[in-house]
Design a protein around this ligand. Sequence first.
Ligand code: 5BU
Length: 265
Amino acid sequence: MNTYKSYGDRAKQHPNACARALLELMERKQTNLSVAVDVTKKDELLSIADAVGPYVCVLKTHIDIVEDFDSDLVEQLQLLSKKHDFMIFEDRKFADIGNTVKHQYANGIYKIASWSHITNAHTVPGEGIIKGLAEVGLPLGRGLLLLAEMSSKGALTKGSYTTESVEMARRNKDFVFGFIAQHKMNESDDEDFIVMSPGVGLDVKGDGLGQQYRTPHEVIVESGGDIIIVGRGIYGNPDKVEEQAKRYRQAGWDAYLERVRLHQK
Ligand code: 5BU
Protein backbone atom coordinates (compact mmCIF):
# COMPACT_ATOMS: atom_id res chain seq x y z
CA MET A 1 0.00 0.00 0.00
CA ASN A 2 2.46 2.63 -1.22
CA THR A 3 1.53 6.02 0.20
CA TYR A 4 3.23 7.71 -2.78
CA LYS A 5 0.75 6.11 -5.15
CA SER A 6 -2.08 8.11 -6.65
CA TYR A 7 -4.87 9.18 -4.33
CA GLY A 8 -7.23 7.02 -6.38
CA ASP A 9 -5.14 3.88 -5.94
CA ARG A 10 -4.80 4.55 -2.24
CA ALA A 11 -8.58 4.98 -1.98
CA LYS A 12 -9.09 1.48 -3.38
CA GLN A 13 -6.90 -0.09 -0.71
CA HIS A 14 -7.55 2.06 2.34
CA PRO A 15 -9.10 0.21 5.30
CA ASN A 16 -10.68 3.32 6.86
CA ALA A 17 -14.04 4.45 5.42
CA CYS A 18 -13.49 8.17 6.06
CA ALA A 19 -10.05 8.05 4.40
CA ARG A 20 -11.48 6.18 1.43
CA ALA A 21 -14.17 8.82 0.95
CA LEU A 22 -11.59 11.60 1.19
CA LEU A 23 -9.07 10.03 -1.21
CA GLU A 24 -11.85 9.30 -3.73
CA LEU A 25 -13.01 12.88 -3.48
CA MET A 26 -9.48 14.21 -4.03
CA GLU A 27 -9.04 12.06 -7.13
CA ARG A 28 -12.51 12.94 -8.50
CA LYS A 29 -12.05 16.68 -7.95
CA GLN A 30 -8.31 16.76 -8.59
CA THR A 31 -7.49 18.78 -5.52
CA ASN A 32 -5.42 18.33 -2.38
CA LEU A 33 -6.22 21.80 -1.07
CA SER A 34 -7.93 22.48 2.24
CA VAL A 35 -8.87 26.05 3.04
CA ALA A 36 -8.85 27.20 6.68
CA VAL A 37 -11.60 29.80 6.92
CA ASP A 38 -10.73 31.61 10.15
CA VAL A 39 -13.22 34.46 10.07
CA THR A 40 -15.52 35.58 12.84
CA LYS A 41 -18.77 36.36 10.99
CA LYS A 42 -21.23 33.78 9.75
CA ASP A 43 -21.93 35.51 6.42
CA GLU A 44 -18.26 35.91 5.66
CA LEU A 45 -17.56 32.27 6.48
CA LEU A 46 -20.36 31.09 4.20
CA SER A 47 -19.40 33.40 1.38
CA ILE A 48 -15.74 32.28 1.45
CA ALA A 49 -16.83 28.64 1.68
CA ASP A 50 -19.00 29.12 -1.41
CA ALA A 51 -16.20 30.88 -3.30
CA VAL A 52 -13.47 28.32 -2.53
CA GLY A 53 -15.83 25.31 -2.57
CA PRO A 54 -15.10 24.24 -6.16
CA TYR A 55 -11.34 24.08 -5.49
CA VAL A 56 -11.08 22.25 -2.17
CA CYS A 57 -11.32 18.71 -0.87
CA VAL A 58 -11.71 19.84 2.74
CA LEU A 59 -13.05 23.02 4.28
CA LYS A 60 -11.51 23.62 7.70
CA THR A 61 -13.36 25.56 10.37
CA HIS A 62 -12.81 26.99 13.84
CA ILE A 63 -16.48 27.19 14.69
CA ASP A 64 -15.90 28.73 18.15
CA ILE A 65 -14.53 31.98 16.69
CA VAL A 66 -17.79 32.80 14.91
CA GLU A 67 -19.51 35.58 16.84
CA ASP A 68 -22.98 35.10 15.38
CA PHE A 69 -22.95 31.31 15.34
CA ASP A 70 -26.34 29.62 15.04
CA SER A 71 -27.55 26.20 13.94
CA ASP A 72 -28.39 27.63 10.51
CA LEU A 73 -24.67 28.20 9.93
CA VAL A 74 -23.88 24.50 10.13
CA GLU A 75 -26.92 23.65 8.02
CA GLN A 76 -25.66 26.05 5.34
CA LEU A 77 -22.16 24.61 5.60
CA GLN A 78 -23.54 21.13 5.09
CA LEU A 79 -25.46 22.31 2.02
CA LEU A 80 -22.29 23.86 0.61
CA SER A 81 -20.39 20.64 1.30
CA LYS A 82 -22.93 18.78 -0.86
CA LYS A 83 -23.13 21.51 -3.52
CA HIS A 84 -19.36 21.66 -4.03
CA ASP A 85 -18.42 18.13 -2.95
CA PHE A 86 -16.05 18.82 -0.05
CA MET A 87 -15.67 17.44 3.47
CA ILE A 88 -15.86 19.58 6.59
CA PHE A 89 -13.06 19.48 9.16
CA GLU A 90 -13.65 21.23 12.47
CA ASP A 91 -10.14 21.89 13.78
CA ARG A 92 -11.25 21.51 17.40
CA LYS A 93 -7.98 20.11 18.75
CA PHE A 94 -9.59 18.19 21.60
CA ALA A 95 -7.22 17.84 24.54
CA ASP A 96 -9.05 16.42 27.60
CA ILE A 97 -9.90 13.04 29.12
CA GLY A 98 -12.13 10.68 27.14
CA ASN A 99 -15.31 11.37 29.09
CA THR A 100 -15.02 15.14 28.70
CA VAL A 101 -14.15 15.18 25.00
CA LYS A 102 -17.08 12.88 24.31
CA HIS A 103 -19.39 15.63 25.50
CA GLN A 104 -17.42 18.41 23.82
CA TYR A 105 -17.70 16.51 20.54
CA ALA A 106 -21.38 15.53 20.73
CA ASN A 107 -23.02 18.20 22.85
CA GLY A 108 -22.87 21.86 23.87
CA ILE A 109 -23.78 24.62 21.47
CA TYR A 110 -21.79 23.33 18.51
CA LYS A 111 -22.64 19.60 18.39
CA ILE A 112 -19.54 19.15 16.24
CA ALA A 113 -20.00 15.43 15.57
CA SER A 114 -23.37 16.05 13.94
CA TRP A 115 -21.93 18.07 11.04
CA SER A 116 -18.14 17.78 10.87
CA HIS A 117 -16.83 14.79 8.88
CA ILE A 118 -13.35 15.12 10.36
CA THR A 119 -11.98 16.46 13.62
CA ASN A 120 -8.64 16.26 15.44
CA ALA A 121 -7.16 15.68 18.87
CA HIS A 122 -3.97 16.24 20.80
CA THR A 123 -2.42 13.03 22.12
CA VAL A 124 -1.16 14.61 25.34
CA PRO A 125 -3.95 13.05 27.50
CA GLY A 126 -3.18 9.50 26.26
CA GLU A 127 -5.29 7.04 24.34
CA GLY A 128 -8.50 7.60 26.31
CA ILE A 129 -9.09 10.72 24.24
CA ILE A 130 -9.37 8.58 21.10
CA LYS A 131 -11.67 6.08 22.80
CA GLY A 132 -13.98 8.84 24.04
CA LEU A 133 -14.21 10.55 20.67
CA ALA A 134 -14.68 7.23 18.87
CA GLU A 135 -17.74 6.39 20.98
CA VAL A 136 -19.42 9.40 19.42
CA GLY A 137 -17.78 9.59 16.00
CA LEU A 138 -17.55 6.00 14.81
CA PRO A 139 -21.29 5.30 14.69
CA LEU A 140 -21.65 8.47 12.59
CA GLY A 141 -18.90 7.44 10.15
CA ARG A 142 -16.61 10.27 11.24
CA GLY A 143 -12.81 10.24 11.15
CA LEU A 144 -10.12 11.54 13.49
CA LEU A 145 -6.70 13.06 12.88
CA LEU A 146 -4.07 13.13 15.61
CA LEU A 147 -1.84 16.15 16.09
CA ALA A 148 1.57 14.57 15.56
CA GLU A 149 3.44 17.76 14.65
CA MET A 150 2.40 21.40 14.78
CA SER A 151 3.56 24.05 12.32
CA SER A 152 4.41 26.74 14.84
CA LYS A 153 7.87 27.71 16.02
CA GLY A 154 9.01 25.97 19.20
CA ALA A 155 6.20 23.39 19.14
CA LEU A 156 6.79 20.53 21.60
CA THR A 157 5.28 18.01 19.20
CA LYS A 158 8.50 16.22 18.27
CA GLY A 159 10.66 13.19 19.05
CA SER A 160 8.98 10.54 21.20
CA TYR A 161 5.79 12.60 21.42
CA THR A 162 5.38 12.29 17.67
CA THR A 163 6.41 8.61 17.44
CA GLU A 164 4.10 7.64 20.30
CA SER A 165 1.27 9.55 18.62
CA VAL A 166 1.83 7.39 15.55
CA GLU A 167 1.68 4.27 17.74
CA MET A 168 -1.65 5.46 19.13
CA ALA A 169 -2.98 5.89 15.61
CA ARG A 170 -1.83 2.37 14.69
CA ARG A 171 -3.83 0.94 17.57
CA ASN A 172 -6.98 2.84 16.56
CA LYS A 173 -7.10 2.58 12.78
CA ASP A 174 -10.86 2.14 12.68
CA PHE A 175 -11.28 5.80 13.69
CA VAL A 176 -7.88 7.47 13.25
CA PHE A 177 -6.94 7.76 9.58
CA GLY A 178 -4.13 10.28 9.67
CA PHE A 179 -2.30 13.18 11.22
CA ILE A 180 -1.86 16.86 11.27
CA ALA A 181 1.85 16.84 10.67
CA GLN A 182 4.67 18.39 8.73
CA HIS A 183 5.98 15.09 7.27
CA LYS A 184 4.78 11.70 6.10
CA MET A 185 4.37 9.62 9.24
CA ASN A 186 4.45 5.99 8.16
CA GLU A 187 7.82 4.38 7.70
CA SER A 188 6.54 1.29 5.94
CA ASP A 189 4.28 1.01 2.93
CA ASP A 190 2.09 -1.56 4.66
CA GLU A 191 0.04 1.24 6.18
CA ASP A 192 -1.36 4.49 4.89
CA PHE A 193 -1.96 7.54 7.05
CA ILE A 194 -3.22 10.71 5.42
CA VAL A 195 -1.12 13.71 6.41
CA MET A 196 -2.71 17.13 6.40
CA SER A 197 -0.20 19.97 6.73
CA PRO A 198 -0.97 23.51 7.88
CA GLY A 199 1.57 26.30 7.65
CA VAL A 200 1.48 26.65 3.86
CA GLY A 201 2.15 29.90 2.00
CA LEU A 202 3.58 30.93 -1.34
CA ASP A 203 4.29 34.56 -0.54
CA VAL A 204 5.40 34.86 3.11
CA LYS A 205 7.45 32.77 5.55
CA GLY A 206 5.71 33.64 8.82
CA ASP A 207 3.06 35.79 10.55
CA GLY A 208 4.95 37.33 13.49
CA LEU A 209 3.02 35.09 15.92
CA GLY A 210 4.98 31.88 15.51
CA GLN A 211 3.37 30.47 12.38
CA GLN A 212 5.90 29.09 9.88
CA TYR A 213 5.06 28.69 6.20
CA ARG A 214 6.38 26.26 3.64
CA THR A 215 5.48 25.97 -0.02
CA PRO A 216 3.17 23.27 -1.43
CA HIS A 217 6.23 21.75 -3.13
CA GLU A 218 8.12 21.50 0.17
CA VAL A 219 5.10 19.93 1.87
CA ILE A 220 4.00 17.46 -0.80
CA VAL A 221 7.18 16.54 -2.71
CA GLU A 222 9.91 17.00 -0.12
CA SER A 223 8.04 16.02 3.05
CA GLY A 224 5.40 13.59 1.79
CA GLY A 225 2.33 15.46 3.08
CA ASP A 226 -0.98 14.74 1.33
CA ILE A 227 -3.17 17.80 1.86
CA ILE A 228 -2.09 21.42 2.10
CA ILE A 229 -4.03 23.61 4.53
CA VAL A 230 -4.04 27.27 3.56
CA GLY A 231 -5.76 30.05 5.48
CA ARG A 232 -4.72 33.67 5.19
CA GLY A 233 -2.87 33.01 1.94
CA ILE A 234 -6.31 32.52 0.40
CA TYR A 235 -8.86 34.55 2.35
CA GLY A 236 -6.39 37.30 3.39
CA ASN A 237 -7.28 39.54 0.48
CA PRO A 238 -11.09 39.59 0.14
CA ASP A 239 -10.90 40.61 -3.52
CA LYS A 240 -8.70 37.69 -4.49
CA VAL A 241 -10.20 34.72 -2.67
CA GLU A 242 -11.17 32.70 -5.72
CA GLU A 243 -8.01 33.63 -7.63
CA GLN A 244 -5.83 32.53 -4.71
CA ALA A 245 -7.81 29.31 -4.19
CA LYS A 246 -7.19 28.43 -7.86
CA ARG A 247 -3.50 29.27 -7.49
CA TYR A 248 -2.97 27.10 -4.40
CA ARG A 249 -5.05 24.28 -5.82
CA GLN A 250 -2.85 24.27 -8.91
CA ALA A 251 0.37 24.45 -6.88
CA GLY A 252 -0.77 21.60 -4.63
CA TRP A 253 -1.89 19.42 -7.52
CA ASP A 254 1.25 20.04 -9.60
CA ALA A 255 3.37 19.07 -6.59
CA TYR A 256 1.34 15.88 -6.16
CA LEU A 257 1.70 14.93 -9.84
CA GLU A 258 5.44 15.49 -9.57
CA ARG A 259 5.59 13.21 -6.52
CA VAL A 260 3.65 10.44 -8.26
CA ARG A 261 5.97 10.74 -11.28
CA LEU A 262 9.11 10.62 -9.14
CA HIS A 263 7.98 7.49 -7.33
CA GLN A 264 6.92 5.67 -10.48
CA LYS A 265 10.52 5.51 -11.66
P1 5BU B 1 -2.94 30.27 8.14
O1 5BU B 1 -3.76 31.50 8.00
O2 5BU B 1 -2.64 29.58 6.79
O3 5BU B 1 -1.69 30.47 8.95
O4 5BU B 1 -3.88 29.27 8.95
C1 5BU B 1 -3.47 28.00 9.36
C2 5BU B 1 -4.63 27.24 9.97
O5 5BU B 1 -4.19 25.96 10.36
C3 5BU B 1 -5.24 27.87 11.21
O6 5BU B 1 -6.62 27.56 11.19
C4 5BU B 1 -4.57 27.15 12.37
O7 5BU B 1 -5.40 27.05 13.50
C5 5BU B 1 -4.34 25.78 11.77
N1 5BU B 1 -3.16 25.09 12.31
C6 5BU B 1 -1.87 25.57 12.16
O8 5BU B 1 -1.66 26.62 11.58
N2 5BU B 1 -0.82 24.84 12.63
C7 5BU B 1 -0.99 23.68 13.29
O9 5BU B 1 -0.01 23.03 13.67
C8 5BU B 1 -2.32 23.21 13.44
C9 5BU B 1 -3.36 23.93 12.95
BR1 5BU B 1 -2.60 21.64 14.30
